[in-house]
Write a protein that binds this ligand. Structure first.
Ligand code: SF4
Ligand code: SF4
Length: 447
């Protein structure tokens, strides 16, 4: 038999058949895992991407036969738990993705296995809580409660209790909450005339995201200032719920569908009115660009939102292409170590944030394109914290290697994780300032 190495055609992705009974059939999922794991065993290209593959290969190598048949299928769950659905194996390594006849989509197989586990009731309370970003954000950011939550998150004794009761690792630096929500404090300016270009619409609607709304509203305010400086009329999406990515990563696909029901009608209306929809969190952008369209392939509203959704830097570069981006930067940024998060890389749009950084005079960019290993909630869990830091170590080293003035990642959570990793490198490390790319561009404009 001749086996073709990779495919000459562009990779495609099959819709996620999450509404069919087969999707949740445990025997069929195990059979598919067996098929795919066996191919991975023969291939092993992904061994250094994350800890899911080494877990699989260790199970095989330490099994009775040294082959997949020596692994108890009940241990397959150990591989599934180590996958945080970053998509990098599918997007950057695997030569056997569709249309190749081997039809390997490792992340979506892991998603299916997580969905089966969730349906069977095998998901921990801790994981359900951590993925309820909207509800937790609302509660944790109530005035008075917010001071308590932020204090507890920094108190070593309280963190030990949290670790034993909740399974949140005591050493993970957690984001602060604020009662000054982005959505309550944003003052978007929609008064400018709409100047549409060939590449992107001339007016913007901002989907805040749970993280920007409850944890770092400054990122959203910086985006608004950049848009205002460029005379782009902007609004904040009138009503929003969580994008659904945390629930997707948990395998709770019914919850994803409910959130989609809350968001898509509002966003589709804006898309049809000609707005570009921007979110400053790559995972949320990816949810609307990729995962919801694969879960609801025949939904015209989902499609309309997919087409209107932009990463903020993708939008700014399109405005530049149309001759509509101001480049009157006043403040050099010096040395910037910039990390591209996986959920941005898999959007397949090139390095748009780096391109914008390079427009700023006297700015030297050290670009690091490798998984930092945090994921939204995975790296805070007690059992995965050490793996998360281990996966991140090469990124911490590369980010610190140029003694940068700033460290920056489009994913604010990855940025904090990298800051923590660099600081743990020892005295003298971690002196660089951590700032989101939108904040840096706001600074560069002198706003
Ligand atoms: S999706 Fe990411 S975490 Fe999951 S197996 Fe692939 S590379 Fe590893
Ligand atoms: S996902 Fe693809 S590239 Fe990675 S180990 Fe499996 S077969 Fe090889």
């Amino acid at each position: 038999m001749t086996v073709s190495e990779g495919s000459l055609e562009a990779p495609t992705r099959h819709p996620i058949a999450w509404q069919s009974a087969d999707f949740y059939d445990e025997d069929k999922v195990h059979a598919e895992m067996h098929r795919v794991f066996d191919i991975c065993h023969g291939c092993r290209r992904c061994v250094n991407l994350c800890t899911a593959f080494p877990t699989l290969f260790d199970l095989i190598d330490e099994g009775k036969t040294g082959e997949l048949d020596g692994v108890d299928k009940h241990d397959f769950g150990k591989v599934v738990d180590k996958c945080y659905l970053c998509d990098m194996c599918y997007m950057s390594k695997c030569p056997y993705v569709p249309p190749h006849r081997w039809n390997i989509d490792f992340p979506h197989l892991m998603l299916r296995a997580k969905a089966v586990k969730f349906k069977k009731g095998g998901t921990r309370f801790r994981d359900k809580l951590l993925t309820s970003t909207d509800a937790v954000g609302k509660l944790a950011s109530i005035p008075v409660v917010v001071q308590m939550v932020n204090a507890v998150n920094k108190a070593p004794v309280a963190r030990k209790v949290m670790q034993s009761v909740l399974g949140v690792h005591k050493d993970r630096i957690l984001p602060e909450y604020t009662s000054q929500h982005f959505r309550g404090t944003a003052r978007p300016d929609s008064s400018f005339p709409v100047k549409g270009g060939k590449s992107a619409p001339g007016k913007v609607a901002i989907f805040s995201t749970c993280y920007v709304n409850y944890n770092e509203p400054g990122i959203g305010h910086d985006l608004l200032k950049i848009l205002q400086h460029n005379e782009v009329p902007a609004i904040v999406v009138e009503k929003e719920a969580c994008c659904g990515m945390p629930k997707l990563e948990l395998g709770d696909l019914d919850a994803v569908a409910k959130l989609k029901q809350a968001n898509i009608p509002v966003l589709a209306k804006l898309a049809r009115e000609g707005y570009a929809i921007l979110t400053a969190v790559p995972s949320c952008t990816l949810m609307f660009k990729q995962e919801l369209p694969l879960m609801f392939p025949d939904d015209a509203d989902v499609k309309a939102v997919q087409e209107a959704m932009f990463d903020p830097f993708e939008y700014l570069i399109m405005r530049k292409r149309d001759g509509l981006l101001k480049t009157d930067f006043k403040t050099p940024l010096g040395k910037v170590s910039y990390h591209i998060p996986c959920h941005l890389r898999v959007q397949n749009m090139g390095q748009k944030t780096r391109e914008v950084f390079e427009l700023v005079p006297q700015t030297e960019v050290n670009t690091v394109e490798r998984c930092a290993g945090h994921d939204g909630t995975w790296g805070v869990k007690t059992e995965f914290f050490a793996d998360s830091m281990k996966i991140g170590r090469p990124v911490f080293r590369q980010m610190a290697s140029t003694a940068p003035d700033y460290i920056s990642s489009d994913c604010a959570i990855a940025g904090r994780h990298i800051g923590q990793g660099i600081a743990e490198g020892g005295p003298g490390e971690g002196k660089s300032e951590k700032q989101h790319p939108l904040t840096l561009i706001r600074i560069a404009y002198g706003l």
